[in-house]
Structure formats: C-alpha cells, structure tokens
Design a protein around this ligand. Structure first.
Ligand code: ZN
Length: 337
C-alpha cells in the first residue's frame, strides 16, 4: 500500500462535500469553524476526472495563504454509495458514469496531502458528535429528511459502513408494505411516506384525482410542480388535504424513529434536513415535533417512555463539510503518534 505524505502539525483541515448537484470545499480549524469557502456545480455528466480537477481548484482556493504543513489533510463527504477506504463509487444513482471510479489518487497527487472519504450521512453523524447536538457521544445516528431520507451511524466513534458501504439506508425502512412503490424498489418505506419527495408525490396523486386544490394553486396549477415544501406551506395555512399528508409523514417518522432507537441504542438520534428544520417562511416539521416525539414514546420500547433521545440538528448545510474536516483531523492525529 502506498504511504501517504507525512504532514507535521496541522492546525487546519479541508472538508469537501461532493454532492450530485453541487461541490463545496472549506478550510476548517480544530474547533470546527469554517474559515474560507468555495463552491461550484458538480456537473457529473462531464465525468469524474473533470470533477476531480474542479474539486482540486476549490481546495486550492480555500487553502490560499495557508502552508501545506499547516493542513492536517483533506476529508471528502461523498453522496454514496461509495467504498470509503478507496473512495470508489458503487452505482451512484445521481452520478452517472462514476461507477467503479475514484478521485482520491488524483487528489492525493495534486495536493500531496492525505485524503479520506466518508459517506455524507456518516460525515453528518461525525460532525454532530464533534460539534453539534451529540457532542461527547460515541454512538450516534443521524437521519436527514429532505427530498429523500438518508442516514448514517457511528458506533463507538467509528462509522458503520456495511459490506458495500451502503449501511444506513434508513429511508427504506419498511413502514407499511401496502404503501406506494418507491424508486429503490420497496413498497411503503419511510421515504415514500415522509420524505419531501414522497409527500409531493402523494399530493400529485391527489391532484390528478381532482383534489389538492391549495397545493395545486401554489404550483400554478401544474401537479408536476408540487413540492414537499408546498405541502407543508398549505398544511400550515390550514388546508385539510395537505394536513393529511403531513399527518402521514409524522406517523411514519414516529414508527421509523422507534425502530431506529430499538435497533441501535444510540446516545442520541439527530434529525436534520430541510423538511425537519424548515426555514423562515415554511417551518416544516417544527409545529408537529412534540406530537411526533409523543408517538415515539407511546409506541416504542418501554425504556423510551420517559425520555426519547431524539434532537434536531443545528449545524445546517455545513454538516458534511464539518464532518469531513473532523475526520481528516482524526486521521492525522491517529497516524502522527
Ligand atoms: Zn424505499
């Protein structure tokens, strides 16, 4: 195995977040503060080699003015499935043509720095354990509820990857197998009931049957343009069709979270993503949060009746960058001694 370039010290690390639509990089200090940032489109159709070159440009940009010997390494938070030890993609659905390829050797050569890869949901769990809602805990589950639902776990401080780097597909926990088919092939999984995309699909089906008037109005009359955000907006405005879809989401999430707590016994389950956190105009699940936790209490294991270890993430969009940088620090510290 090729040895990695040795870097003495390292007050900084670089976190990269390579998503399907956007790639970002940031210079992080050891407190998790992001000091310099750069971003650009991923444009996966241009190929992984082209994307690697542009990722390198972002890394150069955020490390301007910092000596290479001050940088502990580079952590890459990647939209999986990916094999973390090599950074090799495994049929990534939103990165066509990237299967079987990795940008790690290129970035190692170009930067002369150690490069580590972590699945984006695991990066989020690491960031929460280091800087966020799970500080000081070593057993953490992170679930993101946005267009889709994903998850990552760290057990005794170490990401749980599974044989193919695909552990943590929490979106495909089965809730009611009589439910709709999801595009990953399962029936009635958490994602079809509770993800923003799943809620939008339910609204579209209602609209095509002549219902969902309030959501249709928000989408300028085009069912195809209804989004999850519009469902929550209409529900907050008192629309009963939208409220029923949100009720479905809350109930499915309560069952899913009760299953996760029973399976993993986490110190805390941290929940993030746009549907959970919302924004200034549309609050997402926030108005329903106490109801959701109440349902977890009443249907989960007895030991969760008094206290349910579930909290909302406060790290926002930076969770992948911070987790990737934290992992680069950890890797540097564990090989330097
Ligand atoms: Zn599914």
């Amino acid at each position: 195995m090729a040895s990695e370039p040795k870097v003495p010290g390292g007050a900084y690390a670089i976190g990269c977040d390579i998503g399907a639509t956007q790639m970002r990089a940031a210079l992080s200090d050891r407190g998790g503060d992001l000091l310099q940032r750069a971003a650009g489109p991923t444009e996966p159709e241009r190929g992984i080699d082209d994307a690697a070159g542009r990722a390198w440009s972002l890394i150069v940009e955020v490390s301007e003015g910092v000596g290479r010997d001050e940088i502990a390494g580079i952590g890459i938070s990647a939209a999986g499935p990916i094999e973390p030890s090599t950074g090799t993609y495994n049929h990534p659905p939103n990165l066509p043509g990237w299967h079987g390829r990795t940008m790690v050797p290129y970035l190692r050569n170009a930067t002369q720095l150690p490069v580590r890869v972590i699945h984006d949901a695991h990066a989020a769990a690491v960031a929460e354990a280091k800087y966020g809602a799970a500080q000081g805990l070593k057993d953490v589950v992170y679930v993101t509820v946005s267009t889709g639902i994903g998850g990552g776990m760290i057990s005794d401080g170490v990401p749980v990857n599974g044989r193919h780097g695909m552990a943590g597909e929490i979106g495909h926990l089965l809730i009611d197998t009589a439910g709709p088919l999801c595009n990953a092939g399962c029936h009635g999984c958490l994602e079809v009931f509770a993800a923003g995309g799943g809620s939008a699909a339910q609204a579209r089906r209602l609209a095509e049957g002549g219902g969902a008037a309030a959501m249709l109005a928000l989408a300028d009359g085009d069912p195809g343009r209804i989004t999850g955000r519009m469902v929550y907006e209409a529900a907050e405005a008192g629309d009963s069709d939208a409220a029923a879809i949100v009720e479905t989401a809350v109930d499915a999430l309560a069952t899913g979270f009760a299953n996760i707590l029973a399976t993993f016994d986490p110190g805390v389950l941290v929940v993030g993503g746009s549907v959970v956190v919302g924004d200034e105009a549309v609050r997402g699940l926030a108005p329903y949060w106490d109801d959701l936790i109440g349902r977890v209490k009443s249907r989960g294991l007895l030991r969760f009746r008094d206290e349910v270890p579930i909290v909302v993430s406060r790290l926002g969009d930076d969770v992948g960058l911070k987790g990737a940088a934290a992992m680069a620090f950890e890797a540097a510290d564990s090989t330097d001694d």
